[in-house]
Structure formats: C-alpha cells, structure tokens
Design a protein around this ligand. Structure first.
Ligand SMILES: [Zn+2]
Length: 194
C-alpha cells in the first residue's frame, strides 16, 4: 500500500501537465529556430513539461527530465511514453515505474548535463530565460557561456543573481520578448528580400 500514494501523486502531476499547453514564449523560441537558419537554436530547460518540443523546437535538453515518459526505477533501461495505460511495474524486470523526472535532491543525469555544458560553451548568444537563476548547477550554465565568449542576455520579469553578470538584462516575460524578437527578425528579412 505504501506505493499507492506516490503513484496517485504522479498521476495527478501527469494530468496537470497534459491539460496545459505551450505559451507564446515556447512558440517564439521555436519560431526563432526557423528564422535564424542555418544557425542552430539549442534549448536547455529545467522544465519537465515537454512544451518546447510540442511548440516545435527540435533540439531540447531537459536536464530535469520529462513528465512525457516513464522509466524503470531499477534503471534497467526501460522507458515508454507516459499515458493512462502505462504499466505500474516494469515489463522488463518487474521493478516499479516512475516518471522520468529528476526530483529535488536527486542527481542530474551526468551525460545530459555535460551536453548542456558543451552547448553553453559553444554558444554565440546565450539567453537565460525566466529562471530564478538560483537552481544549481543549471544556473552556472549562463556564467559558463559568458566566460566562454557568448553574448549573454537575461530575459526575466525580475532581477536574479545572474543579472549583474549578463551583457544585457531585459525585464520582460519570455512570451513578450520572443514574440517581439521574431517580429523584428522577420521585418529585417523582408527588408533584405526587397
Ligand atoms: Zn526494469
């Protein structure tokens, strides 16, 4: 019986996420990828909702995992989409299944995080968007990018610990900022065509 409660909590969480949708911020970042081609737009997120992929971004690192997937708690390698019918027990080894999410206090996936570091180090521009800037070690990625030569732009409604290090700090929501940026890029393209 001890297993029932977390399972219910997991199901509640999945329903909560599946009823929500990407916002204009996710849409804008996905659109940016199209507008900036052939430059790459890589998304590193602490969110676990899968909204960046749903909006259309093609390169997304979810360093805290995703509620779109369940995995085996014994780490046997089993993974599947998380649906109403997902098995409670791993069909491979019989271990309990769980959301593929990194809870507070758990270690991040090292390989994923190394990829995030590589991506940050090689960036020309690094946008730090809507994050409190205090969840370590993810917050260090913006600093790493800046120290590796990227132009750093913070987009946040309020000041964060990263504000003093950012090249530009913009007080706006992600939705407003990326919609405006895409609009500006589009009109620049139109002018170039003419
Ligand atoms: Zn298993």
């Amino acid at each position: 019986m001890a297993d029932e409660k977390p399972r219910e909590a997991h199901d509640d969480m999945r329903k909560l996420f599946s009823s929500a949708k990407p916002n204009l911020g996710h849409d804008g970042i996905a659109l940016l990828e199209m507008l900036l081609q052939p430059a790459k737009v890589q998304v590193i997120t602490q969110n676990i909702d899968g909204f960046h992929q749903e909006a259309g971004s093609s390169w997304v690192l979810e360093i805290h995992g995703t509620t779109r997937q369940i995995v085996c708690s014994r780490e046997c390698g089993y993974a599947a989409a998380w649906t109403d019918d997902s098995p409670r027990l791993c069909p491979v080894c019989g271990g309990r299944t769980r959301p593929n999410v990194v809870w507070f206090g758990e270690a991040l996936n090292e390989m994923l995080f190394e990829l995030a570091e590589e991506s940050s180090k090689s960036a020309d521009i690094f946008f730090a968007v809507g994050t409190s800037g205090v969840v370590q070690p993810a917050a260090g990625l913006a600093l790493l990018a800046g120290n590796s030569g990227a132009l750093t732009v913070e987009v946040n409604l309020s000041e964060t610990p990263f504000t003093q290090f950012a090249d530009h700090s913009i007080r706006a929501s992600a939705s407003d900022f990326f919609q405006e940026l895409c609009k500006a890029l589009r009109s620049k393209r139109l002018r170039q065509v003419r």
